[in-house]
Design a protein around this ligand. Structure first.
Ligand code: SAH
Ligand code: DHB
Ligand code: MG
Length: 222
């Protein structure tokens, strides 16, 4: 074993999960309702939600951009970590997902902090003002991750927090002959690691979550 890192196993993740704040009942109801409505059962894990909430709290984020709403789980989780007056602007292409999310956001405790913006994020993101967000979470179609990142970095203030889901490509990161979404993630991960305007790292929560900071000056070294 390396002296610098302990290899993390499923047992470690169970250990972490056992020491993570439990998901509240209303998010459990949202998941059950999504299943019943035939909405894809896709949402961040409670551990990833807790991790992202801690980052939002630690950075004092007020304005968050999310690309990919689906059922609204991550939007609600993030909104709960913002101060009063904070806002999540979440972008969703599929009208069925947007309808479901809006309904569940409206009955949540953070309904006044979340706006759902409908349409293709490739078209809607360019309308958001530069320097108008403290944090972003990218979690939509993987082929467009590079375009979403460019837009989000523009929209973030210097020092802004970048979070990107699925760095482990749905658990298929090391598959032979990776195709489509997995290939897109592999390419994105390499591009993300090479960006001089961000200081980023993959963390192993959920399906792998990139976290990064928008640098005021490009970094030369760690
Ligand atoms: N962030 C959510 C999960 C998002 S799943 C959570 O953790 O709770 C990905 C979502 O991205 C899906 O709802 C999908 O419809 C949406 N999506 C796909 N392509 C998109 C696009 N071009 N613009 C906006 N949203 C898109
Ligand atoms: C899928 C998409 C996601 O963003 C995710 O976190 C898990 C699964 C999917 O498209 O299957
Ligand atoms: Mg995801």
């Amino acid at each position: 074993m390396s002296s610098e890192s302990t290899p993390v196993s499923a047992r470690h993740f169970a250990y972490i999960a056992d020491r993570t704040r439990a998901e509240d009942a209303s998010l459990g109801e949202l998941k059950a309702a999504a299943h019943a409505a035939g909405i894809p059962p896709i949402w961040i894990s409670p551990e990833q939600a807790g991790f992202m909430q801690i980052l939002l709290r630690a950075t004092g984020a007020r304005e968050v951009i999310e690309v990919g709403t689906l059922a609204g789980y991550s939007a609600i989780a993030m909104a709960r970590a913002l101060p009063g007056g904070g806002r999540v602007r979440t972008l969703e292409l599929d009208p069925r997902h947007a309808d479901f999310a809006e309904k569940w956001i409206a009955r949540s405790d953070v309904s006044d902090r979340i706006e759902v913006h409908r349409g293709d994020a490739c078209s809607t993101l360019p309308a958001f003002a530069s320097g108008s967000a403290d944090a972003c979470f990218i979690d939509a179609d993987k082929a467009n991750y590079g375009a979403y990142l460019d837009q989000c970095v523009r929209i973030l203030k210097p020092g802004g927090l970048v979070m990107v889901d699925n760095a482990f490509a749905f658990g298929r990161l090391f598959d032979e002959d990776a195709q489509d979404q997995v290939r897109a993630i592999l390419d994105f991960n390499d591009a993300m690691a090479a960006r001089p305007d961000l200081h980023s790292i993959i963390t192993p929560f959920g399906d792998g979550c990139w976290v990064g900071v928008k640098l005021a000056e490009p970094a030369q070294q760690q």
